[in-house]
Ligand binder design. Structure first.
Ligand SMILES: [Zn+2]
Length: 124
């Protein structure tokens, strides 16, 4: 499954232990421990009052790292968003002035200001 956003829509809560492996459902995109699959290795995510029962593939470390990296990127985006919401009026005015510039990159500007103001996400 190749998608521009590798973060799975559903992630199993069961920790990966023993001889189980990381599995991904080819139908709904669920990712989790093979412990949660049926005996036929089908997805047991609840869809209404039944199981998804999509086929699953074992997923490797490349995919798992890609998921972690994508999640880290989302967290960074969340920090940027919070910065915009929480940022001082003075900075907000500066950003809005530059926003009409076609070369203005809001993401880069926020990263620069977050750095400069030592803004950190309180949830971190
Ligand atoms: Zn599924």
């Amino acid at each position: 499954m190749t998608t521009s956003n590798p973060v799975p829509p559903y992630i199993g809560r069961v920790p990966l232990v023993g001889g189980f492996y990381a599995a991904g459902c080819t139908l709904c995109g669920w990712v989790g421990s093979s412990e949660e699959l049926t005996d036929d290795c089908q997805c047991t995510r609840s869809v209404g009052d039944r199981y998804c029962l999509g086929d699953t593939d074992e997923i490797g470390t490349e995919r798992l790292l890609a998921i972690i990296q994508a999640m880290a990127e989302l967290k960074q985006d969340a920090t940027r968003f919070r910065f915009i919401v929480d940022c001082p009026i003075r900075e907000a005015v500066a950003i809005s002035r530059k926003a009409n510039d076609p070369t203005f990159d809001l993401t880069a500007e926020c990263d620069r200001l977050i750095e400069k103001t030592a803004f950190t996400s309180s949830s971190a």
